[in-house]
Structure formats: structure tokens, C-alpha cells
Design a protein around this ligand. Structure first.
Ligand code: SF4
Length: 142
């Protein structure tokens, strides 16, 4: 088992700070990997990241909702979407995303579509190398 970060992630990064096994990394380049990602082979399922996420984007793998019902106003962030989002992450660093869509109340989204991205990011993607990129250092406040 592992936990999964879904496309409700808006790159807050607070999850990174609480993970006891340092298995959460930022997606780079952001345009191709818009969220943060959990290494499924290292995650110990402690659950500490779940309450640390202000966007409620993290779920135990088996609880990722296939029909997430939006409260209204929250965003999903996926490659191919074209909406714009600006916010501030856990470290006070500005976050800008151009791959979002704001959800209407009652709209349903299949968040299980986001699960493979967490595996792929470590199985053929940047994985932990992302931590050494200028983007990751900037997200930590330099
Ligand atoms: Fe890290 Fe625990 Fe979250 Fe897994 S469940 S990513 S070990 S904080």
C-alpha cells in the first residue's frame, strides 16, 4: 500500500515537510508533472501527509475516489487543462499553475486516473532527482 497525491494538489509542499521517510517530491518540469508525487515503494502509509495538505489532495491508494464530488471552488490540475491558478505554498513561495480547472459544486471527477502518475514519476520519470532541480529549491524558499 501507499498513499497517492491526486490532481487536487496545488503544490503547497507542506506534505514534504512532514513525511518521515522523505518520499514526496515535486513534479518537474511543472508543465509535464503538475503535482507533488509519492514514491509508492518507500511510503510507509503513516498518513502524516494527509492532514498537512490544505487541498485534501492525498488519499490512501485504496481510498482514492473514482467519483470525487466537488464542494465547489476547488481546482484540479492536470496536463491539458488551461485554467490559471495563483497561490502561495507552505514556504511563502508563489505558486502559478496554467494546467487547472476550477470545479463547480456537485461536479464529479475520477481521481483514480491520477494514481498511475505517482508510480510513473519514480519508475521512469525524474523521481528523487527532482529534489536537486532549481524548481524544487525555489519551492523550498531557496
Ligand atoms: Fe510519507 Fe506517510 Fe504520506 Fe507515505 S503516508 S507519503 S510515508 S507522510
Amino acid at each position: 500500500m501507499t498513499h497517492i497525491i491526486t490532481s487536487l494538489c496545488l503544490r503547497d509542499s507542506g506534505c514534504v515537510d512532514v513525511c518521515p521517510v522523505d518520499c514526496i517530491v515535486p513534479g518537474v518540469p511543472q508543465g509535464e508533472a503538475p503535482w507533488y508525487y509519492i514514491d509508492p515503494n518507500t511510503c510507509i502509509d503513516c498518513g502524516a501527509c494527509v492532514p498537512a495538505c490544505p487541498f485534501n489532495a492525498i488519499f490512501p491508494e485504496h481510498d482514492v475516489p473514482a467519483a470525487y464530488t466537488a464542494k465547489g471552488g476547488e481546482y484540479i490540475s492536470r496536463v491539458g487543462l488551461t485554467g490559471h491558478y495563483e497561490g502561495t505554498n507552505e514556504h511563502g513561495v508563489k505558486v502559478t499553475l496554467d494546467t487547472v480547472k476550477q470545479l463547480a459544486a456537485g461536479e464529479t471527477v475520477d481521481l483514480t486516473l491520477d494514481t498511475p502518475a505517482n508510480y510513473a514519476y519514480f519508475e521512469g520519470g525524474p523521481g528523487y532527482k527532482a529534489n536537486e532541480t532549481p524548481e524544487a529549491k525555489a519551492a523550498r524558499g531557496g
